[in-house]
Design a binder for this molecule. Structure first.
Ligand code: SF4
Length: 424
């Protein structure tokens, strides 16, 4: 029997995508994949030794770093108990802190940053995507220079995939059974800006739509308001297969903070864009993210953000506590906001948002939605509508027998439990 391996993937969708590529490549090398979850939950040590445990880390913000470090330590404990043979740690955290990590964790056998790993192993075959949900990364790196963000220094400048390559990958994924295609990248609205010619995300989407038929949902993840143009709004409005779900991180609304963040967009432009999106794409759901406690953020500026969110009613919102990242422009900005103030501001935003989200979800009551079934839990089937993205948003619970995971069903929404919905 071949050697076994497992992978623990931390962080965002983009890391999950890389992990799937890694699983594929190790499978090609003759390794047999085993899920990692039982390694940590099986206290009776029934799981046989896994020959290789890969930890794909995230080093984006403090919380992600802490989680990555915790998992590396747990992997080392498993190695000491002989439940894991070798450990490979890879990803963003390695790219940023390899030297320190090597010193701190000598029992890790191999350190790889994603980029190096891909150069060595990846041949771009996507036969791994067996489920109905797939991810298609259309670009690497980022051309924006948000002052709080370490991603451009970790991932490098924007590198868009050629249109023909993206379309081929979309067709391959469709053939493998993918019915919800998530288009991902650090900022997908920048796609094509580094390529010769005048192609943009809208024209890329047209190409994908023309080349595929069975993919029912195309979901756009991580669009930058600065690059969100009219042609993109038009194609989302017009094409039934593109989810009416706009993932639009705004990060803040106060003009002085937006400038310090180097977001390249001002308050009025953000408000106009949201108004335009809502007018031209009626019923669409907007997800966004904001940062609280950015250096120098005053109480008045925070209040401006809070009031704006109350007024604009973003449907799905992620708030993040500013994390001081070495090597970023904001690292040296003074004064940094005290941690207790950041925490209090975060709490205020999230408490306000709970009510907004709950109220917003009520608009689905008595509506019929298409639901993609993902799982079965305590006798109920669990799925999502086009208005919720995998892992980050709410779910729809269906009390019905005989449904098939991976299929779409129509359901009437009869109840609303905060972020989640109940359907029949
Ligand atoms: S758009 Fe800004 S926040 Fe997003 S990856 Fe690029 S630099 Fe970072």
């Amino acid at each position: 029997m071949g050697k076994t391996f497992s992978i623990i993937s931390l962080g965002c969708f983009r890391n999950s995508y890389d992990s799937e590529i890694i699983i594929l490549e190790f499978s090609k090398l003759g390794y047999r994949f085993l899920p990692s979850v039982s390694l940590f939950t099986d206290k009776k040590n029934k799981i046989k030794t896994i020959d290789l445990l890969i930890v794909n880390t995230c080093g984006f913000i403090d919380k992600a770093k802490e989680e990555s470090i915790k998992i590396i330590s747990e992997a080392i404990d498993l190695k000491k108990k002989n439940r894991v043979g070798k450990i490979m740690v890879m990803g963003c955290l390695v790219k940023r802190y390899q030297e320190e990590l090597e010193k701190a964790y000598p029992l890790v056998d191999s350190w790889q940053s994603v980029v190096e790993f891909r150069q060595d192993f990846v041949k771009r075959d996507k036969s791994l995507f067996l489920s109905s949900i797939g991810f298609l990364k259309i670009c690497e790196g980022c051309l924006n220079r948000c002052s709080f963000c370490a991603i451009p220094s970790i991932k490098g400048p924007l590198r868009s995939k050629f249109k023909s390559e993206v379309i081929k990958e979309a067709k391959d994924l469709e053939k493998k059974g993918v019915r919800e295609l998530n288009i991902i990248g650090q900022d997908i609205t920048s796609w094509g800006k580094d390529l010769k010619g005048k192609e943009d995300l809208a024209s890329l989407l047209k190409g994908i739509l023309r080349a595929t038929k069975e993919i029912k949902w195309i979901r756009l993840i991580y669009t930058h308001p600065k690059h969100f143009n009219d042609s993109l709004i038009n194609i989302i409005a017009k094409e039934g297969r593109i989810c009416k779900y706009i993932d639009l991180p705004i990060q803040h609304i106060n003009d002085r903070i937006l400038k310090l963040m180097n977001r390249g967009i001002a308050k009025k432009e953000i408000i106009d864009l949201i108004d335009k999106i809502r007018k031209r794409i009626p019923g669409c759901v907007i997800r966004s993210s904001v940062i609280v406690g950015f250096p120098t953020e005053s109480e008045k500026e925070f209040k401006e953000l809070l009031d704006f969110l109350k007024y604009i009613k973003i449907d799905r919102l992620g708030a993040f506590i500013y994390s001081q990242e070495k090597g970023t422009q904001a690292y040296k900005m003074r004064p940094q906001v005290h941690h207790s103030t950041k925490k209090r501001r975060f709490k205020e935003i999230m408490e306000q948002q709970q009510e907004i989200a709950r109220e917003g979800n009520k608009r689905f009551l008595n509506k019929e939605l298409d639901i993609l079934i993902e799982d079965k839990d305590s006798g109920m089937f669990v799925g999502r509508s086009q208005y919720d993205a995998l892992d980050v948003d709410g779910m729809v619970f269906l009390r019905k027998k005989g449904l098939k995971v991976g299929n779409f069903y129509k359901a009437k929404i009869i109840d609303c439990l905060g972020y989640d919905l109940i359907g029949v």
